[in-house]
Design a protein around this ligand. Structure first.
Ligand SMILES: Cc1ncc(COP(=O)(O)O)c(C=O)c1O
Length: 389
């Protein structure tokens, strides 16, 4: 069996990647170790690059039809990994998941409608509806003793009114890396069904569960969930191809599907470009072994961080993610103000992490650390933190 290499340093500077090219503008300096933007510093797997390269052998990059195996590859992957039987006609390409949120907002909402999200959560969940003129209502998660979070259903009853028409679920939940259990998802589905609320279930991190956790697709938990939901998925995070833009929507309910897919098709938004289907098929048909080895390496990095924090970083606790390569660092024990905390990471330790505040209420005092990188760089980052503490 091929052993993949996650230890080799890949110099991304000069490739225009956001993590490095936007560092100066975001942090005011560009001499930091980049541990923020959620893509990996590992090389994109060879079987994907080879598939794209093979297509490049042809001298014409003209208009193309969707390859025959595009939908079957997605259907088979979801069935074998998440035991959810999706029909090919339930699928549509979308030009990105964040853009997909904007598309749903514009297709389904009307003036005065509101959107519910559960912070601390991936910041575009707030920004996209707000930028499109819709009010966002918070149902903050409840922090548990062990550092994980739970949904607050009593609070959800209180904050929800008849203007709330869309709920955006992060499943698994970014930034804390939570896998939601079936009972919670079912309870949420019944609540939203009863209140006539459409649910976007963003499942981009679903193929990266760690420590034996199992992802449960929202739409699969009960008939009510299937009736009210649009699921977003992609091979982009798992296989490190977010620049290819290979996302898709799954809608099992016929009425919802006709409305959303019809709206997408009216503007040809559901037509993939040349490379996304090629990358998706290569990832889903050939990627299982790479995915397994990558997750083993990432889990090793998570353990490394958690152990290092308890041994050397007094005041910082790492929450081991149940899914994803993002570690939610609880830095409240340092007793620093927000500005002092950012200054410590950026100007003293020279590390670029995502500041927890950007994820909304509950994110204060936290930092989000991306551990999808060679361990020696991660070790260097942690040593820098130790030195300044
Ligand atoms: C929960 C979640 N959704 C969506 C995205 C981005 O998806 P896309 O690149 O398809 O817009 C990310 C990237 O970090 C994410 O964490």
């Amino acid at each position: 069996m091929k052993k993949y290499d996650f230890d080799t340093l890949v110099d991304r500077r000069g490739s225009g990647d956001v993590k490095h090219a936007a560092m100066q503008q975001t942090y005011g300096r560009d001499d930091l170790i980049g541990l923020w933007v959620a893509d990996m510093d590992f090389a994109t797997p060879d079987f994907i690059v080879d598939a794209i390269r093979e297509r490049l052998q042809h001298p014409v990059l003209g208009y193309t039809v969707e390859p025959e195996d595009f939908r079957p590859a997605i259907v088979d992957w979801i069935a074998s990994h998440h035991q959810w039987e999706v029909k090919p006609e339930w699928l549509s390409y979308i030009p990105g998941i964040v853009k997909g949120i904007g598309l749903v907002v514009n297709c389904f909402l009307e003036k005065g409608d509101k959107v519910i999200i559960q912070p601390p959560v991936y910041h575009p969940f707030r920004l996209i509806p707000e930028n499109n003129g819709y009010e966002v209502v918070f149902n903050p998660l409840i922090e548990q003793k062990d550092g994980t979070y739970a949904m607050d259903f009593e609070q959800l009853e209180r904050i929800c009114d008849e203007s709330c028409k869309l709920f955006i679920l992060s499943n698994p939940h970014n930034p804390a890396g939570l896998v939601w259990d079936k009972d919670t998802l079912r309870k949420l589905a019944r609540f939203c069904h009863a209140h006539n609320i459409l649910v976007i279930s963003d499942e981009i991190h679903s193929d990266m569960t760690l420590y034996g956790h199992k992802h449960i697709p929202f739409a699969s938990v009960c008939p009510e969930a299937a009736e009210i939901s649009i699921t977003f998925g992609a091979p982009s995070k798992t296989f490190n191809i977010p620049g290819v833009v290979s996302s898709y929507a799954v809608v099992s309910d016929e009425e919802l599907r006709e409305k959303f897919f019809g709206w997408l098709e009216a503007s040809e938004l559901a037509a993939p470009g040349l490379f996304p289907p090629i990358a998706t098929i290569a990832a889903y048909r050939n990627g299982e072994e790479w995915r397994r080895q990558m997750l083993e390496y990432v889990q090793g990095n998570v353990d490394y961080v958690a152990d290092f924090c308890s041994a050397h970083l007094n005041g910082i606790k790492a929450l081991r993610p149940q899914a994803s390569f993002l570690v939610w660092l609880d830095c409240r024990g340092l007793k620093l103000s927000h500005d002092e905390l950012v200054d410590l990471f950026v100007n003293k330790a020279r590390l670029a992490l995502n500041d927890g505040e950007m994820f909304g209420p509950g994110g204060q005092g936290f930092m989000r650390l991306n551990v999808a990188l060679p361990r020696q760089v991660l070790a260097e980052a942690l040593e820098r933190l130790k030195a300044v503490l």
